[in-house]
Design a protein around this ligand. Structure first.
Ligand code: SAM
Length: 201
């Protein structure tokens, strides 16, 4: 996510001031680190961050159409390309790399490697009060993620934000899945600049 969108997400987080953040789709951990830094600041260390990602463990039945920047670890900054892809040969979307990147917050952070369709079934989500859904962008995965997160959050106050509502609709059915679920459960939906779909609970 570029820094403009990152700032817009932080603005939303600031509106809600959640203490227990869930991100589905961590990628290289950039949003994760911004969120941790922000929550650390506003809650003086009293927060948790939970992240789920395949972390490269794509067994092929995931059926996602991946943007090429994920497939080829493309950076807009050419120096990053040289450093990470050619010198370090480091896969930034790996559990070890993201752990290292979030080291400052290691006692607040829990990272889960696997398919969200499976991981979420066994995850303790009791405390989660803000969920950012940005993992698999197929219709089925978006729907599954949204459904299980909402079911776990619906009895308390909280916020669900799905990324790429319309923004990446050329590769996804995110919008279709969200529209279907919101209608089915009669939820209120607020769209921010065609990208963030916000469900306030
Ligand atoms: C668009 S990126 C996430 C970007 C990240 N939220 C950010 O703001 O930087 C999507 C990530 O979701 C992960 N992903 C895709 N399908 C998934 C699934 N079914 N379960 C868990 N993670 C998945 C991919 O590995 C990828 O890292």
């Amino acid at each position: 996510m570029n820094s403009d969108w990152g700032n817009k997400l932080i603005k939303l987080v600031n509106e809600k001031k959640p203490s227990h953040f869930l991100e589905i789709g961590v990628f290289c951990g950039v949003t994760s680190r911004n969120i941790c830094e922000f929550l650390n600041l506003i809650h003086r260390g009293n927060f948790t961050y939970t992240g789920i990602d395949l972390f490269g463990d794509d067994n092929g039945d995931n059926n996602e159409k991946k943007p090429t920047y994920i497939k080829h670890q493309k950076f807009s900054n050419p120096l990053k390309h040289i450093y990470y892809n050619l010198i370090m040969k480091e896969n930034l979307n790996s559990l070890s790399s993201v752990r290292k990147f979030l080291k400052d917050f290691e006692d607040k952070v829990s990272l889960h490697k696997g398919n969200s369709n499976e991981v979420l079934k066994n995850l303790d989500m009791q405390k989660i009060d803000f969920a950012f859904i940005d993992g698999g962008h197929s219709y089925q995965t978006t729907l599954n993620d949204l459904e299980i997160v909402y079911e776990n959050m619906k009895d308390k106050k909280g916020t669900i934000v799905c990324d790429d509502y319309q923004d990446a609709s050329y590769i996804t059915d995110v919008k279709k899945a969200i529209d279907y679920y919101v209608k089915k459960e009669k939820l209120s939906l607020r769209i921010i600049e065609g990208k963030f779909a916000v469900i306030d609970i």
